[in-house]
Design a protein around this ligand. Structure first.
Ligand SMILES: [Zn+2]
Length: 400
């Protein structure tokens, strides 16, 4: 059996630190510390819980000066400062920060992606959470997935030193999106719109709701079934009821699902109704327990759109950091331009050292540590930054 006096002393020590760090000690936080320190199931017993409750109450009655005075007598294990990234103000001691990097496997990773991936990985490590990779591959028509890209992206992330806790493909999570779509229809938050796209575009621009918006859930369920089985591309979409008078027309009843008749390299012809970015992304973030989303500043409006979805399903929206783009001076920045240059023979491939892809950097002899250091030092601000290859090479030589 554990020595109660020893546990009481440890609880007091952790409670004092907890109160100093967050203004008030919380029994659960102290319990977590005790579990880590004593590695025994007995810590969870009613006897110990009761004791911790008493200790926390005692500590919370102390003044700040008394807490400081007492803490000077304790030795706390130092938490290694991982990075130079700014601390997250909303993170308390019991919160683990889970992040995700969500690339589209229709191309290879470039430095702009690497920035987001590294920041996500750093924060997950800094706060003992998980870093997930989620392939956003639900647009087989305009962004057809490249089968080799799935593996190449993981290889790049591993090379960059990211610790991947799990890999997901959205094309394999379709039943989940269907389940939520159905639920949102039944709860009256979503409706199938069969209007002509030109009419709908005008309606949205003018803030006018179409007749479909007031259809019953029974009608919507029936039309939704048709989206899954027989509607052709462009004949129907599933919309989320947001606010038709929102100042930004793109937020008004945005599209959650649409029909795409194109074969997908993984799921082949199994699905016709495909989720759009904001729907799939928000559902997955919620389902995967992501509490920090890091994305490019250009996605700012997506947070506004997703807020309506989170409120419809009654869940909290994750914290978000929108970061400025990272480009390389003198190199192509857009995927479409890189594809064009490869097609014309101007570049030899995705790994050409003249492309700002991770594979290109690798072939340039840039060590991954130099990229990580650069990204961390450039921080999480909203301003764009421009990477100088000469500087990065110099940084690399210093590390090497
Ligand atoms: Zn309509």
């Amino acid at each position: 059996m554990l020595d109660d006096e020893l546990i009481r002393k440890a609880a007091r020590k952790f409670a004092v630190k907890n109160a100093l760090d967050y203004g008030k000690a919380v029994p659960e936080n102290v319990m977590n510390k005790l579990f880590a320190e004593f590695a025994s199931k007995e810590i969870g017993s009613d006897r110990i819980r009761k004791m911790v409750g008493t200790v926390v109450a005692e500590v919370n009655s102390l003044t700040k000066e008394e807490l400081e005075e007492e803490s000077a007598h304790y030795v706390y294990p130092e938490k290694a400062e991982r990075t130079g990234l700014p601390k997250l103000s909303w993170v308390t001691e019991s919160i683990k920060v889970n992040t995700r990097f969500a690339p589209n496997p229709s191309g290879f990773l470039h430095i702009g992606h690497a920035k987001v991936a590294i920041l996500c990985d750093e924060y997950a490590k800094m706060y003992n959470g998980s870093f997930f990779v989620r392939f956003e591959d639900t647009d087989p028509k305009t962004k057809p997935p490249i089968p080799e890209a799935y593996k190449a992206i993981i290889d790049d992330l591993n090379w960059l030193g990211c610790s991947i806790s799990g890999i997901f493909r959205q094309s394999e999570r379709m039943e989940l999106y269907y389940k939520y779509a159905k639920r949102l229809i039944l709860d009256g938050h979503a409706y199938v719109c069969t209007c002509d796209s030109e009419i709908m575009r005008r309606n949205r621009a003018e803030g006018r709701a179409c007749a479909c918006r007031s259809n019953s859930t029974a009608v919507n369920t029936e039309l939704w079934e048709k989206m899954l089985s027989s509607y052709k591309e462009g004949e129907a979409v599933l919309r989320l009821k947001t606010d038709m008078s929102h100042p930004n027309p793109s937020v008004r009843d945005w599209i959650m699902m649409r029909v795409i008749e194109a074969e997908h390299p993984i799921t082949k012809g199994r699905y016709r109704a495909w989720p759009l970015y904001n729907f799939a992304s928000a559902i997955d973030d919620h389902e995967m327990g992501i509490n920090l989303v890091i994305r490019g500043i250009e996605h700012e409006v997506n947070g506004v759109k997703q807020a309506y979805l989170y409120s419809a399903i009654g869940e909290a929206q994750p914290h978000t950091i929108e970061v400025g783009v990272l480009k390389v001076k003198g190199m192509l920045a857009h995927k479409s331009d890189i594809i064009k240059a490869i097609k014309s023979g101007e570049l030899s491939g995705w790994d050409d050292p003249r492309t700002p892809t991770i594979a290109g950097f690798r072939n340039n002899g840039i060590p991954p540590k130099a990229i990580r250091n650069y990204v961390v030092s450039s921080g999480t601000g909203k301003n764009p930054s421009y990477l100088d290859m000469a500087k990065l090479s110099a940084l690399g030589r210093k590390l090497g």
